[in-house]
Design a protein around this ligand. Structure first.
Ligand code: NAP
Ligand code: MN
Length: 259
């Protein structure tokens, strides 16, 4: 690969590592290309990786590789002290590319439809008042949910917000969508499923409410108001994120950074 771009976290360690990678690439006549890179290197954490994905997800062929300045992450394959190994791999090896689909949300207002994508999860959340949501799975009515909101994550996001909601951790290669409740109300009058629901990746989850006032759509670290929207439809996107793997990785090892 010839054209690289580096996205770094705003701390001193990340900035130092960023400089070292930049100098090493330039000294081998590689280009730093902010518009059309072939490979994006992230220096920071899983959060930094997410930011890089949102910055470059319009490029279908770009590959991402992450260096973690904390512990090992879920999107990051190298630890800080492995920087020389990473640079060697970038300069001298061709990676195996593992792709994972983004999740897509289509928000319907009166006349318009807005489409957004996320790698970790898409949430509908209302912290101001009880949010009522009619939940449809593949256009079939499942339940009326009442509470703070709902979270839909894929395999990649299963260890992120989903995990805080007591959703299941999903191993790589298990391609699913997971629907979890955010502070669901369960008593005699209000009933919803309660348990995390794991669905095939081609499932369409439709969320409809008469009143989304105060509700927001949160997609990874982004947020927009739902306000006058009538319908929210979530499914697996056609768009993919390509991860560059220069060596085998262990998911079990990654799990150790969770506890
Ligand atoms: P951030 O501070 O960069 O991320 C929040 C934490 O989530 C960080 O510790 C980050 O790891 C970790 N993380 C992100 N994606 C992960 C994944 N797929 N598996 C395991 N851990 C992951 O915040 P941000 O930049 O706004 O990122 C937003 C993401 O953070 C959201 O998509 C959401 O999943 C997650 N989040 C979780 C909670 C929660 O669990 N209650 C609350 C807010 C946000 P690093 O330290 O390695 O960056
Ligand atoms: Mn962040």
């Amino acid at each position: 690969m010839q054209r690289f771009y580096i996205v770094e976290k705003e701390d001193n360690i990340s900035k130092k590592l960023y400089q070292k990678i930049t100098q090493s690439l330039l000294s081998e006549n590689k280009e730093i290309d902010s518009k059309n890179p072939q490979c994006v290197i992230t220096v920071g954490g899983d959060g930094t990786f997410l930011h890089a994905v949102h910055q470059f997800k319009h490029l279908s062929d770009v590959v991402f590789v992450g260096l973690h300045t904390g512990t090992l992450g879920f999107f990051t394959d190298y630890e800080a002290e492995e920087i020389d190994t990473l640079i060697d791999h970038l300069l001298h090896q061709e990676p195996i590319v593992e792709s994972t689909h983004l999740i897509e949300v289509k928000i319907t207002h009166d006349q318009s439809v807005t489409t957004l994508e996320a790698l970790n999860e898409i949430r509908v959340e209302n912290i101001v008042r009880t949010q009522e949501i009619n939940v449809y799975i593949n256009h079939e009515m499942m339940e009326i949910f009442r509470g703070n909101g709902l979270c839909v994550s894929g395999q990649a996001g299963s260890t992120a917000y989903n995990r805080s909601l007591k959703g299941a951790i999903i191993a790589p290669g298990v391609d699913v969508l997971q629907l979890t409740e955010i502070a669901g109300i369960h008593h005699k009058a209000y009933q919803s499923i309660g348990s995390p629901l794991v669905l095939p990746k081609d499932t369409v989850i439709t969320l409809i409410s008469d009143n989304f006032e105060g509700a927001k759509i949160l997609y990874d670290y982004h947020v927009i108001d739902l306000e006058q929207a009538s319908k929210v439809e979530i499914k697996t996107s056609d768009k993919k994120v390509n991860m560059a793997r220069y060596r085998p990785t262990s998911y079990i090892k990654r799990l150790h950074c969770l506890f």
